[in-house]
Design a protein around this ligand. Structure first.
Ligand code: ZN
Length: 331
């Protein structure tokens, strides 16, 4: 028996390229249970099974008191049909995720792009609250993007818009990640994966730095390790984060020129580095963008940190249920 189980929770799921977070969330965005999984599945059935298992854990944790499910997926989405159209990192191309999960769980299921959902909650209640125009970039395994124009999420003609991680910042850069056919995208230059790659390369060149010792003693270079070493003052680790921040800033300079946003929210795992990434990003954005947009846009950390995707998915579910209720209440 769970004490004080709230009535009417929704389940928000953030399906990342490597991990999945499901949460039971009440109407005030309080999280009553979190279920964390690796999202690495070899095929569609395995990935859908992982999502279903995490959702069931969250539902059981609130005594079955869940009214709907929202799922954020790192894919382009046909939002009306709840189909994952194209996925850079997961075996979900063409999969009707909403219908599959709804049938198994016997609950309404709503699906959208993961970074769109992160921006949905940041715009409603977080770092972009009150902004008329806002962008979001989530720096994790890849780089997700979201766009709010005139207070509405912008999805494009086919729901494929806002892939802000796939703007090119280096024409002859390395091949992009996953299934993207491009080179030198912001994603391959400034994501968490890029951070690990650059840190590993620099560790080899600086064997006496803390970063270099982590490589030679077999600790294994990860994003959180680089961030920890940087916070402890290791110059090599700081250099890597500065490089990632500057590359991000190159991307932001193009984005402020195109969108002239009030706010750009930065989220995802790389955000643990905080100002070590955001300060160089702002400097480069202001140095390379056009006035007045470059000086107007505020670049802010996501208020909900790594949980913005999960909380945004919960909001999607609650909005979806509310819309259905008001439709059916109409005479
Ligand atoms: Zn790309």
């Amino acid at each position: 028996m769970v004490p004080n189980v709230p009535k009417g929770c929704v389940i928000g799921v953030d399906l990342g390229g490597t991990k999945l977070l499901a949460g039971a969330v009440d109407a005030d965005l309080r999280v009553h249970h979190r279920a964390l999984r690796s999202s690495r599945g070899s095929d569609t059935a395995e990935v859908i099974g992982i999502i279903e298992g995490a959702i069931r854990e969250a539902i059981e944790a609130v005594d079955g008191e869940a009214i709907a499910v929202g799922v954020g997926i790192p894919s382009t989405i046909d939002q009306a049909r709840g189909v994952s159209v194209y996925s850079t990192h997961l075996p979900l191309a063409g999969v009707p995720v909403a219908a599959l999960l709804s049938e198994r769980l016997d609950l309404p299921v709503f699906v959208d792009n993961d970074a769109n959902l992160a921006l949905l909650v940041e715009h409603r209640a977080g770092a972009a609250k009150g902004a008329r125009n806002a962008l979001m970039l989530t720096l994790g395994t890849g780089i997700g993007g979201g766009i709010v124009i005139e207070n509405q999420l912008y999805r494009g003609s086919q729901g494929a818009a806002a892939e802000l991680g796939h703007i090119v910042v280096e024409q002859d850069g390395p091949p992009c990640q996953g299934n993207c056919p491009n080179r030198g995208c912001l994603e391959v230059m400034a994501s968490g994966s890029a951070l690990v790659r650059e840190a590993t390369a620099l560790a080899g060149l600086r064997p006496r730095s803390a970063l270099g010792r982590a490589l030679s003693d077999g600790t294994g270079i990860t994003g959180p390790l680089v961030t920890d070493l940087a916070h402890e003052g290791d110059e090599a680790a700081r250099e890597v984060l500065d490089l990632i921040g500057r590359r991000l800033g190159v991307g932001l300079s193009s984005l402020v020129n195109v969108f002239n946003p009030d706010v750009i929210v930065i989220g995802g795992g790389v955000l643990a580095a905080g100002e070590l990434v955001l300060t160089p990003a702002r400097e480069v954005m202001v140095a390379r963008g056009l006035p007045p947009a470059r000086d107007f846009a505020r670049v802010l950390a996501a208020r909900f940190g790594e949980e913005s995707g999960m909380l945004g998915a919960a909001l999607l579910a609650r909005d979806g249920v509310d819309a259905r209720t008001s439709r059916s209440a109409r005479p």
